[in-house]
Design a binder for this molecule. Structure first.
Ligand code: G3H
Ligand code: 13P
Ligand code: NA
Ligand code: ZN
Length: 313
């Protein structure tokens, strides 16, 4: 069934496990995610960025949001695992309102580039609107700057979540889940040296807010997938993510939603390159998307097991 994201995440928080939140732009990634959820008996969170909505609607935002809701709901309504659809990194009211109107399960208001007071008041406004129609809300505190940014330690620390602010923010906004910045960044190039996250801040935010927490920039960028893609012509030199052991540790300290986009893209492109290299005569998309979809599905199933959400549907 189609559910509120809050239902999935509150159970995860009580049960000390995490659910991957998986970004899609099209049908094929959705199919891979649904199949993975069914095979693992895991709850599923699908998410779309503003860019994904614009892409799906060919520039028409309301149309894009409706297409995703229709597509996800049709699958959700006909299967036995909980499925939620979330707006990822909502920054403009146009997208947030379109997602709510179209029937998304939850929205993220990302006002993290504003100062604390502004982030708080913008988030509060979105919470009031969304909660009035039973849509749950995620917000972000701190900024996602990677260690690779080569900033001095003090500047880097300043970008991370402040646990005191987190307590005040959650109390005053009534937000349902929170993304605390603890040292990750988006994309395939997260760390130059060793991957390091600020577990102390994470623990404090969890202990003192008690709500479900979200890790952004959580792709692990598996090296076997990078190597496979490179074997068939890709150039991903220096690609590096959050190692699986570290991902698992963040769950121990309170992460319940693990935002993952890059890993799906990497698995897909590796599979597509491999297949096309061996099948130069193929031109039916239903055939050449088969192997990439299997790779995406395999990666998700593995991630579900790592995060502990397999058999929690
Ligand atoms: O947070 C970023 C997600 O990976 C979505 O990225 O804006 O390219 O769709 P996008
Ligand atoms: P990755 O780029 O690490 O997959 O992060 C995705 C994300 O945070 C989406 O909100
Ligand atoms: Na999100
Ligand atoms: Zn993100």
């Amino acid at each position: 069934p189609y559910v509120n994201t809050k239902d999935i995440l509150e159970k995860a928080s009580e049960g000390f496990y995490a659910v991957p939140a998986l970004n899609i732009n099209n049908l094929e990634f959705l199919q891979a995610i649904i199949e993975a959820g069914l095979e693992e008996s895991a709850p599923v969170i699908i998410e779309t960025s503003e860019g994904a909505i614009k892409y799906a609607g060919n520039g028409n935002i309301m149309r894009g949001a409706k297409l995703f809701v229709d597509m996800v709901r049709e699958y959700a309504d006909t299967i036995d695992i909980p499925v939620a659809l979330h707006l990822d990194h909502g920054k403009h009211f146009e997208y947030i309102i379109a997602a709510i109107k179209a029937g998304y399960s939850s929205v993220m208001i990302d006002a993290s580039e504003h100062n604390f007071e502004e982030n708080l008041s913008i988030t509060k406004k979105v919470v009031e609107i969304a909660h009035s129609v039973n849509v749950s809300v995620e917000a972000e505190l701190g900024r996602l700057v990677g260690i690779e940014d080569n900033v001095v330690v003090a500047a880097h620390e300043a970008a991370l979540v402040d646990p005191d602010e987190a307590v005040e923010f959650v109390e005053k906004t009534g937000v349902d889940f929170l993304a605390p910045a603890i040292g990750t960044s988006h994309g395939a190039f997260k760390f130059k040296g060793e991957a390091r996250l600020d577990f102390d801040r994470l623990k404090k935010v969890k202990e003192r807010t008690g709500i479900p927490l979200v890790l952004h920039g959580a792709s692990s960028v598996p090296q076997d997938i990078v190597e496979l893609a490179e074997k068939f012509g890709a150039d991903f030199k220096g690609a590096k993510g959050v190692p699986s052991e570290i991902l698992k540790e963040t769950v121990k300290y309170g992460i319940n939603k693990v935002n993952t986009d890059t890993d799906l893209r990497m698995a897909f492109i590796a599979g597509l390159r491999e297949f096309l290299a061996g099948n130069p005569t193929e031109f039916d998309p239903r055939k050449y998307f088969k192997v990439p979809k299997e790779y995406v599905k395999g990666l998700i199933k593995e991630r579900m097991r790592l995060l502990g959400c397999s058999n929690k549907a």
